[in-house]
Design a protein around this ligand. Structure first.
Ligand code: ZN
Ligand code: ZN
Length: 255
């Protein structure tokens, strides 16, 4: 069976002419149906750790067992993940793709989010200073186009900022506008505050699109606040919001 070391020596292509692929791993296969899935998983894991842009080329040498069928299964799953990642990025539903892969939509979205998030947050950190905060003021992220899932009122003037559910970028937004449907109708907008924590947290709700977004008022807190962590610290607010008949505005999935 071909190992990574063997394939690496045989197939790595560091040519300057091909800038899109750093490395091609060529694996000849003959009657390897019992092990080809494990081989694929190990190769994918090992090559992923190298940080190289790579391709895996399996050469099926006329096997008489089910090697070819196994390879087709592997190939279709890979393209499924690519399709699912694209759909997730465009905020499209993953339900039909999840059904064909026999995993739940929530799990598929969570796996994609976990895999992509480190790249998005790195981009956001590098690019956010280029955003003109006074001009942007839209309901979606200026870096990745994601929807906000948390908000805060800043210490200086109580202005409301939104936090991107995907890349953690922060951007300035109107105090009295729904970030999801955009309404500025004062009669459709309201917020609840907590009694126990001296109105530290707010649950903004919109009667027009029946969504909610959680917020923290930084003017009322002395401790260090790590906003991405506040999402998790306030899961009880998600429960309260949904019990009141609102849904999270950034996702159709269960929070
Ligand atoms: Zn974003
Ligand atoms: Zn709304």
């Amino acid at each position: 069976m071909a190992s990574f070391d063997k394939a690496n020596k045989a197939g790595c292509n560091m040519s300057q002419n091909d800038r899109s692929i750093d490395c091609s791993v060529v694996v000849p296969l003959y009657n390897e149906g019992l092990v080809v899935e494990e081989l694929y998983e190990r190769l994918t894991r090992t090559m992923g750790e190298t940080g190289l842009d790579y391709e895996l080329i399996f050469v099926e040498d006329g096997s008489t067992d089910n090697t070819l069928e196994k390879l087709k299964d592997i190939a279709s799953n890979t393209s499924l993940l690519q399709k699912a990642t694209r759909a997730w990025y465009k905020n499209q539903p993953l339900s039909s793709l999840a059904a064909t892969s026999s995993v739940s939509e929530e799990l598929l979205a969570a796996v994609i989010h976990s895999a992509v998030k480190p790249f998005l947050t790195t981009h956001a950190e590098a690019l956010i200073s280029l955003v003109n905060q006074e001009q942007w003021r839209r309901g979606y992220c200026p870096i990745c186009g994601g929807k906000p899932d948390f908000a805060f009122l800043d210490k200086e003037r109580g202005a409301r900022w939104l936090l991107c559910s995907r890349c953690d970028a922060q951007w300035l937004f109107q105090r009295l506008q729904c970030p999801y449907c955009g309404t500025q109708d004062q009669n459709a907008l309201a917020y609840f505050t907590d009694e126990e924590e001296l109105h530290l947290y707010r649950l903004y709700v919109c009667e027009q699109c029946h969504t909610y977004i959680k917020a923290i008022d930084l003017r009322r807190v002395e401790r260090e606040v790590f906003l991405p962590l506040e999402r998790v610290m306030t899961l009880d607010m998600d429960k309260q919001g949904q019990e009141k008949g609102y849904r999270p505005g950034w996702t159709n999935l269960i929070v």
